[in-house]
Write a new protein. Structure first.
Length: 583
C-alpha cells in the first residue's frame, strides 16, 4: 500500500517536471514546483505515520483477541478480518469499523490483566524469607507456612481487701499469674506449646487435681498436637482437660477474676495424658485419658493392706460433647462479634485415685486469701466425721448452657459428684463420734457432692462475648474502639454471678455449704489489656467450719465443739481487682 502511494506521487511529480521544462522561464511555475515537492515530502511522512499506527492497532487487536480467548475458557473471540484493517489496493486506508461493546470488553479485560500483573509483580518484588506478623503478638512463619514460632505470655496482678467475719483474711496484693512460653507449628501438620508460670506460690492446692506451684517455676501447658486429619486433633502432654465450659476457657478470658466455686473445686485444670477432639460447625466431641498433673512431683501413696509410697498414679477419663443450635456472628467496625448463640454441653469425668483419698476444697473466689471455708479433708476432734478416705472412685456429671443475644449473655453449669468409698476397717472416725474411734472398723459411706453457678453479663459499649466453635469455649473480646486510638474508650462489661458449693450429704457427712454472690465490672482497654473489679458476698451455713487455727473466735488449743460452733455462718465481704495483659 505504501509503495502504490509513493509511485502515484512520483508519477505526478514527473508530469509536473515535464511541463515545467516548457515554461522554464516562468517563475510562477518554479514556485509551484517547489511547493509541490514540499507537499510530496509531507505526504510521505504522513503515510509512514499512518501506516505505523495501523500496524500497531492491528497488533493490539490481535493480542487482545488472543487474551480474551484464553480468559473466556474456550469461548472464541473472532479476530478482526484483514478486510476491515487493510484498505483495498490503490485506495486510501480507512479506519476499521468500531464495535463499542466489544471495545469496552477489551478495555475491561486489559485493566483486569494489568491488575493481576501488578499484584504478581508486587508479590515477586517482596523479599524472600520468614513472614513476620504483629497482630496482638509477634509471630514468625516460614515462607511456605510449614513452620511457625510465637512467643506467648500473660501477667495478672491482683489486689484484695476483706471485710472479715469470723476468719482472719489479710488484705494483700499478689502476682496471680506470670507466664512465658512459646507455641507454633512444625512440618505443617504438627503444633506445639510450652508455657511456664513464674508467679510465686500462694498456698496449697486449690482442688483435688494439682498444686498451684511450689514457690519456684511451675509448668502449665506443655504438649504436641497432630492436626493432619480433617476436623480432628490429637494432643499429648500436660494439657487443659476438656471438661466444663468455664474450666476449659482460658483464664485470660474469664468473665470474673476467679472461676465459680464448683468449677474451681471439681474441674481439673491440666493433667498429663492424651486428648482427641472432633469438631463440626455446630457440634463437637472431645475425650481423653490422663494421670497426674506435671506439677505433682511426688509419687502416689496408698493406704490399707500393702500400703506403699510408690504406688500407681490415678486413672482419669473424661468426655465432653457440645451442640450449638444457634450461632450467628456479625462484623462491625472490623470487629467480629458473636451476636447470637445457644450453646449446650454435657461432660463426664471419672477418677480412680491411687492414694484412695479425695481432697476437695476451694477459696471464696479470691486467691489472695489462704482461707477455705469448705474442705472435705477437715478432721476436728469430737465434731463430725472425718475426710473422704479409702476412695475407690468418683465421677462427675456436668451439664452446661450459654446464651448470647447482642451485648447480653447468660451462662451456667451444674456439677453432680458421687464419691464411692471402700470396705469396713479403712475409714477412720473422730473419737466420740457414733460409729467408732479414730481407727474404728466401720464402712465409709458413699457421699454425693454438688455445686452450680449462673452468671450474666452486659456490654455497655455494644460488644458481644466472642465464642470459638472450633474448641467450644469463649475467646477474646475485641473492643470496637481501643483506648488511645482515635479517642476510644474501650469496652465496658457489667457482670453478676451466683455460685454454690455443697459438701453436706446427710447426717454422716457435714462439711458445709457456701454460696457466693458477685457483682463485677470489666474494662477492656484493647484486646490484650483489661482491668477487672469484683465485689463478693460470701455466705456459709453452720457446718462450714473453715480453718480452726485461723479463726477469730478460737485458737488451736481451744478447738472444741463449744468454740467452733461459732465458726458457722462465716459471711465475709470481699473487694478484689485485677490488671492483666496477655500476648
Amino acid at each position: 500500500m505504501k509503495s502504490i502511494r509513493i509511485c502515484a506521487l512520483l508519477a505526478a511529480s514527473a508530469t509536473v517536471v515535464a511541463s515545467s521544462s516548457a515554461f522554464a522561464e516562468d517563475s510562477q511555475v518554479l514556485q509551484r514546483l517547489d511547493n509541490l515537492e514540499s507537499r510530496i515530502s509531507t505526504l510521505e511522512t504522513d503515510v509512514k505515520t499512518r501506516d505505523a499506527k495501523i500496524q500497531e492497532l492491528e497488533t493490539q487487536v490481535k493480542e487482545r483477541d488472543a487474551k480474551i480467548q484464553s480468559l473466556q475458557n474456550g469461548q472464541s473471540a473472532a479476530a478482526i478480518s484483514a478486510a476491515q484493517i487493510q484498505p483495498a489496493a490503490g485506495q486510501p486506508a480507512a479506519a476499521p469499523p468500531i464495535d463499542q461493546q466489544r471495545l469496552d470488553n477489551l478495555e475491561r479485560t486489559v485493566r483486569q490483566l494489568n491488575e493481576i500483573t501488578n499484584a504478581q509483580g508486587e508479590e515477586l518484588a517482596k523479599p524472600k524469607g520468614p513472614k513476620v506478623t504483629t497482630n496482638g503478638g509477634l509471630k514468625v512463619e516460614s515462607e511456605d507456612g510449614q513452620f511457625s514460632f510465637q512467643p506467648i505470655g500473660r501477667l495478672h496482678v491482683d489486689g484484695a481487701w476483706y471485710d472479715q467475719d469470723q476468719t482472719h483474711m489479710g488484705d494483700n496484693i499478689q502476682v496471680r499469674r506470670a507466664r512465658l512460653g512459646m507455641t507454633g507449628k512444625m512440618f505443617g501438620d504438627f503444633m506445639y506449646k510450652v508455657e511456664a508460670d513464674f508467679a510465686p506460690n500462694t498456698g496449697t492446692s486449690n482442688n483435688q487435681f494439682g498444686s498451684s506451684g511450689s514457690g519456684s517455676v511451675s509448668m502449665k501447658e506443655m504438649w504436641i498436637r497432630y492436626i493432619g486429619l480433617p476436623d480432628t486433633e490429637f494432643t499429648v502432654g500436660n494439657v487443659a482437660v476438656p471438661f466444663g465450659l468455664e474450666n476449659y476457657t482460658s483464664d485470660n478470658f474469664f468473665t470474673f477474676l476467679e472461676e465459680a466455686l464448683p468449677s474451681n473445686t471439681f474441674a481439673p485444670q491440666r493433667l498429663l495424658g492424651a486428648t482427641a477432639t472432633y469438631t463440626q460447625p455446630n457440634w463437637s466431641l472431645a475425650s481423653g485419658v490422663y494421670g497426674k498433673s506435671v506439677d505433682s512431683a511426688t509419687n502416689f501413696t496408698t493406704t490399707g493392706a500393702g500400703a506403699t509410697t510408690d504406688g500407681d498414679e490415678q486413672f482419669v477419663f473424661t468426655a465432653r460433647g457440645t451442640f450449638d443450635p444457634i450461632s450467628e456472628k456479625s462484623k462491625d467496625n472490623n470487629v467480629t462479634d458473636q451476636t447470637e448463640l445457644v450453646h449446650l454441653g454435657l461432660g463426664f469425668f471419672y477418677d480412680a485415685p491411687s492414694d484412695e483419698t479425695v481432697d476437695f476444697g476451694t477459696r471464696p473466689e479470691s486467691n489472695v486469701t489462704l482461707a477455705k471455708f469448705l474442705n472435705t479433708q477437715t478432721k476436728i476432734s469430737n465434731l463430725n466425721p472425718g475426710a473422704l478416705d479409702d476412695v475407690q472412685h468418683f465421677y462427675e456429671i456436668n451439664p452446661e448452657v450459654a446464651l448470647i443475644y447482642g451485648p447480653a449473655s447468660l451462662q451456667g453449669e451444674y456439677y453432680y459428684v458421687p464419691v464411692s468409698q471402700g470396705q469396713p476397717g479403712n475409714c477412720p472416725r473422730a473419737t466420740g463420734v457414733v460409729g467408732g474411734t479414730s481407727a474404728g472398723a466401720i464402712t465409709c459411706p458413699n457421699v454425693t457432692l454438688s455445686g452450680y453457678y449462673a452468671q450474666a453479663s452486659y456490654f455497655l459499649t455494644g460488644e458481644s462475648r466472642n465464642y470459638n466453635p472450633a474448641i467450644a469455649r469463649f475467646d477474646r473480646v475485641t473492643p470496637r474502639n481501643n483506648v488511645g486510638h482515635g479517642g476510644g474508650w474501650g469496652a465496658f462489661e457489667l457482670t453478676a454471678r451466683i455460685s454454690n458449693l455443697n459438701f453436706d450429704d446427710g447426717a454422716q457427712f457435714q462439711k458445709g455449704e457456701e454460696t457466693d454472690y458477685t457483682l463485677g465490672l470489666n474494662w477492656y482497654l484493647n484486646p490484650n489489656i483489661r482491668l477487672m473489679a469484683n465485689y463478693i458476698w460470701v455466705q456459709n451455713n453452720a457446718s462450714a467450719l473453715g480453718d480452726c487455727s485461723n479463726s477469730l473466735n478460737a485458737t488451736t488449743a481451744t478447738c472444741t465443739n463449744a468454740t467452733l460452733s461459732k465458726a458457722g455462718y462465716d459471711d465475709p465481704r470481699i473487694f478484689t481487682v485485677r490488671a492483666q495483659v496477655d500476648w
